[in-house]
Write a protein that binds this ligand. Structure first.
Ligand code: ATP
Ligand code: MG
Length: 353
């Protein structure tokens, strides 16, 4: 059975960009594929402090992250849907070390997110920040995940995971890892025309990021809905004066059209046609502000109804599944590397330790 897998770091409050780029596609795919695929939606909590965070808030952010998956529509009662914390499945860290030893320093150094994030946090560039794409490869390869719904910003890391898997399969065993599907196939699987990149509201040439220090640049999922509407009303646009979808010359307006389409589950082309030739940016902003406000009100209402006890029970089940699946893969890799006897070296009277 194939695996579809995604995770959203619990470092800061997730944004509308995370919701539209990662939560929504995964939850749609979960509805479509829960009978024929494992759906792993996990909390990558070990990734949470690759850049400095307030650790006193981390645990509650992790639990809230699970509530967000549920409030967004993930049905944890389905037997193939698994929610777990990365830190409770120690095989992730062990596999990361193994993959590290088959990842070249040069290829890891080419990761643009490392370059960008290390420029932002020049006073605290850790080895963890450099290494996080390899841990992400472990997150994926441990479960033989083929489809990984994610935003456009993560495609380079996905390509790294593919390269490590291909390299190790060639060296050891073609059945060692399932190779994740390439970018184009991922996009098609998500029913998208291209990778998604929701833009910053203040600097629309950049993506919206939850770690941004400028609260006006992002809609956080716990924003007061009326305040969030105000952020949309003051979003940076352009001086062209005509509503058109053009991410290069009018990224602010295009971003608003994109958000409106996704929040209302309408094809982007329909939205573009509805607004074609109109000139009132204020009208468009009001429409999007209303959509964001009602989305947040409804979402927050759902979150408030989920108890910590429900979350604990779901994690217990998910982590039992994840440990079993991940350890099987880890043992297979350990056998291939010579850390455990291969099947032919294990005699029936001498059990493997
Ligand atoms: P950070 O600034 O902490 O890196 P982030 O907003 O980039 O936060 P991540 O936890 O790195 O969030 O990514 C979680 C998922 O959300 C990934 O699949 C990523 O591709 C997706 N994602 C992040 N930002 C956007 C965005 N602006 N548009 C669409 N998808 C996004
Ligand atoms: Mg990111």
């Amino acid at each position: 059975m194939q695996t579809i897998l995604t995770g959203i770091r619990a470092n800061e409050e997730p944004t509308l960009g995370n919701f539209l780029g990662a939560y929504l596609p995964t939850i749609r795919l979960a509805k479509e594929h829960a009978a024929d695929s494992h759906i792993n939606m996990f909390i990558p909590d070990l990734h949470s402090f690759t850049t400095p965070i307030d650790h006193s808030k981390l645990y509650s952010q992790i639990i809230k992250g699970v509530k967000y998956y549920l409030a967004a529509g993930l049905d944890a009662t389905q037997p193939n849907i698994h929610i777990y914390r990365q830190s409770r499945v120690s095989a992730h860290s062990e596999m990361c070390w193994i993959l590290d030893c088959f990842t070249y320093f040069g290829e890891a150094s080419r990761m643009t997110q490392f370059k960008e994030k290390s420029a932002e946090h020049a006073d605290a560039i850790t080895v963890g920040l450099f290494n996080y794409p390899v841990l992400m490869a472990a997150d994926i390869l441990l479960y033989d995940a083929k489809y990984i719904p994610l935003g456009e910003d993560q495609f380079q890391h996905l390509e790294l995971a593919r390269n490590i898997a291909i390299r190790m399969n060639n060296k050891f065993d073609q059945a060692l890892f399932t190779i994740p599907a390439p970018e184009k196939e991922q996009i098609k699987f998500m029913h998208l025309e291209q990778g998604l990149r929701i833009r910053s509201l203040t600097e629309p040439s950049k993506k919206m990021s939850k770690s941004s220090e400028n609260a006006k640049s992002k809609i956080s999922l716990n924003d007061d809905p009326a305040q969030a509407a105000k952020k949309i009303m003051s979003a940076t646009t352009d001086s062209v004066g005509v509503i058109k979808f053009d991410m290069v010359n009018q990224p602010g307006i295009s971003n608003l059209l994109q958000i409106e389409a996704l929040l209302n589950d309408r094809p982007l082309q329909d939205l573009i046609a509805d607004w074609a030739g109109q000139s009132s940016y204020g009208d468009l902003k009001r429409k999007v502000a209303d959509s964001v406000q009602s989305f947040l009100s409804l979402f927050q209402e759902k979150v408030s109804q989920i108890t910590d006890a429900e979350v604990e029970a779901i994690l217990k089940q998910g982590e039992s599944y994840a440990n079993h699946a991940a350890n099987q893969k880890l043992h297979h890799v350990q056998r291939a590397l010579g850390l455990r006897p291969s099947d032919s070296q294990t005699s029936p009277t001498q059990p493997e330790h």
